[in-house]
Design a protein. Structure first.
Lengths: 181, 253
């Protein structure tokens, strides 16, 4: 009788132990490991079509032309550079790296000449062509900088939301604080 | 009679004592096994077996499943507007392209030769508030989370178009409605200039709105945005993939 009693006791204990292990255990990865596997957190594509006016000055060879070009660039947040520190038992401090912006890729096949006024003695097309390409490249960078500045706060807010949502899953009771460089 | 009552009372006390002993021993053993399983759970192969057994024996399985749906939905909706592409468009409006339309605006008295540069900006993305409970399906037996995302759309309801530069502008007045001679700018009435500006603004708005809407028509760009959206959602749900779930994402077209 006693043997049956002991067996029942052990089976019941094991069953309950399994239940408690399931409900209490949480496989929490190391803080530094959480974002290692996710890849870039924020990726947004900027596409911009822009108009460039090119003035080439010379004696009786002034020329004025207008081009339309298209460029693309990506902005992203490198997760490998996210620094996460456990400040105290209640707070996790997150330092997000600055957003990375790729160099603009200009679609060379899609540069259109919209308007042109050549001077009487404009002969050197190659020089105009080189100046125009340089001006297009400069304008592409300028516009990219403008879009990045305009969108910066939105991108950072988005990154913070994603990081906080993921961290809260692993550390529901902790407060997440973001620090900016 | 007295003897029978004493015996009954004595039996009851014994039963209570045995029950207390049983419970006490059970608590001790449960704590002991829980601690053992907890630490064994961290050992690679044994841990998987313990995890599997504990899931099979978990009577709260249904409750957990319901909570996961709510949690996934909350996580997705919390992001709000998921911006995938920002499109900035600049284009020119040449008055020479609209000679006949402008002639009636200019009362046949003037001509204009102008080239104006206009600019507008818009974003494409997904309004994640539109994800509903039915769009999140969790198959607990296969450990699979399926999410049906709303289609990618223009996030700005109004596309703001502004003139950024005047490349060239030259008003001329007509003599007898036929010959054109150069006219000093201030001679052209302001309201005529305003009418020309409004006309060009309207043409620019039509042109740039069309250009921006054309962006999503490109199959390459649309599929690239879909890939970016999938990546975002997978990143967002990485805590669930850590727990062994697979995530499948589709788009409502």
């Amino acid at each position: 009788m006693k043997k049956v009693y002991v067996v029942i006791l052990i089976i019941l204990a094991i069953f309950l132990a399994f239940v408690f292990v399931q409900t209490n255990s949480k496989k929490t990865p190391e803080l530094s490991e959480i974002f290692r596997r996710t890849g870039d957190l924020i990726v947004e594509k900027y596409t911009y079509q822009f108009v460039v006016d090119v003035d080439v000055n010379g004696i009786l060879s002034d020329s004025k032309s207008l081009y339309r070009a298209v460029a693309e660039s990506y902005v992203h947040l490198n997760t490998n550079e996210i620094v996460i520190e456990e400040k105290d038992k209640k707070t996790i401090c997150v330092k997000l790296p600055p957003l990375q912006v790729d160099e603009p890729i200009i679609d060379e096949q899609n540069i259109q000449l919209l308007d042109v006024n050549y001077g009487w003695f404009t002969f050197n097309d190659e020089e105009i062509d080189n100046i125009s390409r340089e001006k297009i490249r400069m304008k592409a960078n300028e516009i990219l900088q403008r879009i990045v500045t305009e969108n910066y706060n939105n991108e950072i807010t988005m990154a913070e939301k994603v990081v906080e949502t993921i961290l809260k899953k692993f550390y529901p009771d902790k407060e997440i604080i973001f620090e900016h460089n | 009679m007295y003897f029978v009552v004493r015996k009954f009372q004595g039996g009851g006390r014994n039963l209570m004592k045995n029950l207390w002993n049983f419970l006490l021993l059970l608590i001790v053993l449960v704590v002991l096994f829980t601690v053992i399983f907890y630490y064994l759970g961290k050992v690679p192969v044994i841990g998987n077996v313990i995890s599997l057994l504990s899931k099979l024996l978990n009577p709260f399985k249904h409750r957990v499943e319901v909570n996961i749906i709510g949690s996934v939905l909350y996580d997705i909706q919390q992001i709000g507007f998921l911006r995938l592409a920002t499109v900035l468009m600049e284009d020119v409006v040449k008055t020479s392209d609209y000679e006949y339309e402008l002639d009636s605006i200019l009362d046949g008295k003037y001509t204009v030769d102008g080239i104006y540069i206009y600019r507008s900006k818009a974003s494409y993305g997904i309004d994640l508030f539109k994800v509903e409970q039915n769009d999140v399906i969790i198959d607990e037996s296969q450990k699979k989370i399926t999410i049906h995302l709303p289609p990618i759309e223009l996030l700005d309801s109004n596309i703001n178009v502004e003139r950024s530069e005047t490349f060239n502008e030259n008003f001329k007045s007509k003599i007898l409605g036929t010959f054109e001679v150069g006219a000093i700018d201030k001679w052209v009435p302001l309201d005529i200039k305003e009418k020309v500006k409004s006309f060009c603004d309207e043409k620019a708005r039509e042109k740039l709105t069309e250009n921006i809407k054309y962006y999503i028509m490109s199959e390459d760009k649309y599929s690239e945005m879909k890939t970016l959206a999938e990546r975002y959602i997978r990143n967002l749900l990485s805590p669930y993939t850590e727990k062994g779930y697979t995530v499948e994402i589709s788009f409502k077209e």
